[in-house]
Design a protein. Structure first.
Length: 280
């Protein structure tokens, strides 16, 4: 059986400790502030990104590793393993997948999987790959992951659409309308792209409660094995409230909590909160 390396680009938002536990290799993306490029993983934290935006009113730019960097990353992985599976951020949201495929075409035993999701959704796919890697050849594992990704369900709620607007993902009309009416939209990941879901009104605390309730209440019992919470909530009391809404009302065998990385937080903004789970 092949010795398979599971890897992912850093927008899957696992902490270094989680990545180490699942033996997942990580290739970072970039965040540019002014003229300086930083690795989003693990160099730049979301707090630094929000501080930069508040001071400059300029949204940091994000970029994927280029094909040469992916090629070097794959070569390093192949020093320890026979094959490499890479979980890439959705091709509909980033050029991570395209860059990885261009590198893989020059090499043997590299298998790239478009996660068709982001953040905690990519993390769920990477965790499943890590659990299954000793049961499959690399090509069969890739095919298995193509099927498994269809079961991953993910969404966010944002406190402000300002960051989406600055990043060109929200029109000016929508931005001003949402701000004036105190609308907090949910953002659903569907077919590898971001789309506006249900809209919530009122205080963000109330909207968080309603978002969690409407997202998790309809789940069947066999869809409650694992939940990934990915967030950029800065206020500890607000975070505890949101987590309490889940733990107090919605049973899951396992809840994984992770902070959204800088490359994703650039678009969601402060206090974005997302849940990712596996549908049956």
């Amino acid at each position: 059986m092949d010795k398979i390396c599971i890897s992912a680009d850093s927008t899957f938002d696992m902490t270094p400790e989680m990545a180490e536990r699942y033996e997942i290799k990580v290739i970072p993306s970039y965040v540019r502030m002014d003229t300086t490029d930083f690795f989003d993983y693990p160099d730049i934290k979301q707090e630094a990104l929000f501080e930069y935006y508040n001071k400059t009113k300029k949204l940091p730019q994000t970029a994927a590793a280029n094909p040469v960097e992916y090629e070097n990353f794959f070569k390093e992985c192949l020093q320890e393993y026979d094959c490499v599976i890479l979980i890439a951020k959705s091709a509909g949201m980033s050029c991570c997948y395209e860059s990885a495929v261009l590198a893989a075409q020059k090499m043997n035993n590299i298998y790239v999987v478009d996660s068709m999701t982001i953040s905690g959704g990519s993390a769920l796919l990477a965790m499943e790959a890590a659990k299954q890697k000793d049961r499959h050849t690399a090509i069969h594992l890739q095919e298995y992951l193509f099927d498994f990704r269809e079961r991953i369900n993910g969404s966010f709620i944002v406190e402000t659409v300002e960051y989406l607007h600055e990043g060109g993902r929200c029109s000016t009309l929508t931005y001003f309308g949402a701000s004036a009416m105190q609308i907090k939209p949910s953002i659903i990941i569907r077919d590898g792209r971001l789309t506006v879901g249900k809209k919530f009104m009122g205080s963000y605390r109330r909207c968080l409660r309603d978002y969690i309730e409407s997202t998790l209440l309809p789940l069947e019992e066999n869809e409650r094995d694992i939940l990934v919470v990915a967030h950029a909530i800065q206020d500890e009391a607000l975070l505890n409230f949101a987590i309490g809404q889940i733990e107090g009302k919605h049973y899951f065998k396992e809840i994984c909590k992770m902070k959204i990385g800088a490359a994703v937080a650039c678009h969601g903004g402060p206090n974005v909160f997302g849940v990712f789970l596996i549908k049956k």
